[in-house]
Structures are given as structure tokens and as C-alpha cells.
Design a protein around this ligand. Structure first.
Ligand code: GRF
Length: 232
């Protein structure tokens, strides 16, 4: 499956996806090399069965482009280092927010993605974008939806005093951090946490969850019935 990832910041979620793709490729190359060696050996000494090749870890997604709403961010550097095409479209370079939304839609469409992954993308996607990619845009939120939507999930959880928070990967429906939930992981709030320590603990869980969800969507496909997401 082809995926376009949208970022605005440090891009550690993006990095986790890049690493998953690379791990799968490396395993596949190793397996092919092993098979070739086994074939050579079989020629020299026929009937030697090729045991021992390790199974490739399933991921199934290819990052075909990384987009951002700003320049000079680590997220774009990570993509460039991995040799992935990048683009940046800044709202302030467009006459209206709607023009930006349409330009983003057109740019992403050039890469013909099966799935768009908003991974720490700090702009709300507009109606034109979401109409074009309906049911194919996912986002990750550092709280257990429907609790603590918005930009400050970890801070709001801490201020509220909850003892358990977490992260949510969901299909973007248009509201703020609202849409059919695909998967969630709970993360404890510990005594002595500040926003940074709590967010870091959430992000560790979030990266693993995002890789898992993107891989499962890519490998199995999905349906969305009202708010219920089913893997096929
Ligand atoms: C994540 O916690 C995401 O949910 C939130 O911002 C963070 C992005 O982190 N909206 P990174 O850029 O992937 O490191």
C-alpha cells in the first residue's frame, strides 16, 4: 500500500514508519540472498532443502512522500535522509485557507496514496482534502479519545488528574481529534510526571501503535461502518 505521511515537527512517528519499512526490506533482501545461496548449494549437492530463512516481518506499506505545513523541521530531514520525496505547503503562502487545503489535496493526490497518515501534523485538514481522501486519512492523538481533544492532550490529562491516559489512532472525520477509532493504547500517569515525561511515555506507545495500525490497514484493507472500523 502507498502511504503519504504529513508532519509538522520532530517526526518520531514518521521515523518509526520508515524504520518498519526498512526492517521489512532488509529482511526480504536477506531472505532472497539466503534462497540464492541455498539454490547454489542445491546445484552442488542436489536435494538439500533450504531451511533457516527467517520470515520477513510483515509491514506492507511504502512511504511514497512526506508532506509538511512548514519548512526547516526534523520530520522533513528524516524523510530526506531516507530518500523519500518531500514537499512543504505553508498556509501563509496562499490567499485563503481553502486555497491551501486544495493545494495540499492536489499535491498529495499526485502520489496516489491508498492511505494518508497525519503523524503530528498540526493543521486541521479541510473539507476539500477530506472529500478527496474520504475514509483514507488517519491521525494519531496523544490521549484516549474522546478525552482531551486538541493540541494539549498530555497537559490536559495531567491538569485533570487522570491516572490513565494513552493514545488513539483514528480515521479523520473533520472535527478536532474526532472520528472512527481504529486502535487505542492506555498509558499510566505516574507520580512526578510533568508534561514532557508524560508525553514521552505516550509517544513511545504511540509510535508502536501507529506502525501496527498502518501495517494492518496496508495488509488487510478496512471498512468503516458508521463509527465501526473493521479490518478485512
Ligand atoms: C505526537 O504525540 C502526536 O500525536 C502529537 O504530536 C506528536 C508528534 O510527534 N499531535 P512527532 O513529530 O511524531 O515526533
Amino acid at each position: 500500500a502507498r502511504i503519504v505521511v504529513l508532519v509538522s515537527g520532530s517526526g518520531t512517528n514518521l521515523q518509526a514508519l520508515i524504520d518498519a519499512e526498512h526492517a521489512e526490506k532488509a529482511q526480504r533482501a536477506e531472505k532472497a540472498e539466503h534462497a540464492e545461496r541455498a539454490q547454489q548449494a542445491a546445484k552442488a549437492e542436489p536435494a538439500a532443502p533450504a531451511f533457516g530463512a527467517t520470515a520477513a516481518p510483515a509491514f506492507g506499506a511504502t512511504i511514497v512522500a512526506v508532506g509538511a505545513d512548514r519548512t526547516g523541521i526534523q520530520g522533513l530531514d528524516r524523510a530526506e535522509q531516507a530518500g523519500i520525496p518531500t514537499f512543504a505547503l505553508r498556509v501563509k503562502d496562499f490567499a485563503t485557507r481553502e486555497d491551501w487545503d486544495r493545494a495540499l489535496r492536489d499535491k498529495v493526490a499526485e502520489y496516489e496514496p491508498d492511505l494518508v497518515v497525519s503523524a503530528g501534523f498540526m493543521k486541521l485538514l479541510g473539507p476539500d482534502f477530506l472529500t478527496a481522501f474520504r475514509g483514507r486519512v488517519i491521525n494519531t492523538h496523544p490521549a484516549l479519545s474522546p478525552s482531551f481533544p486538541g493540541m494539549h492532550g498530555p497537559a490536559d490529562a495531567l491538569a485533570y488528574g487522570v491516572k490513565v491516559t494513552g493514545c488513539t489512532v483514528f480515521f479523520v472525520a473533520g472535527g478536532v481529534d474526532d472520528g472512527p477509532v481504529i486502535a487505542q493504547v492506555a498509558v499510566p500517569v505516574e507520580d512526578g510526571d510533568d508534561v514532557a515525561t508524560l508525553h514521552e511515555r505516550i509517544k513511545t506507545a504511540e509510535r508502536a501503535l501507529l506502525v501496527d495500525v498502518v501495517g494492518r490497514l496496508a495488509r488487510h484493507g478496512w471498512t468503516i461502518d458508521n463509527r465501526k472500523v473493521t479490518f478485512q
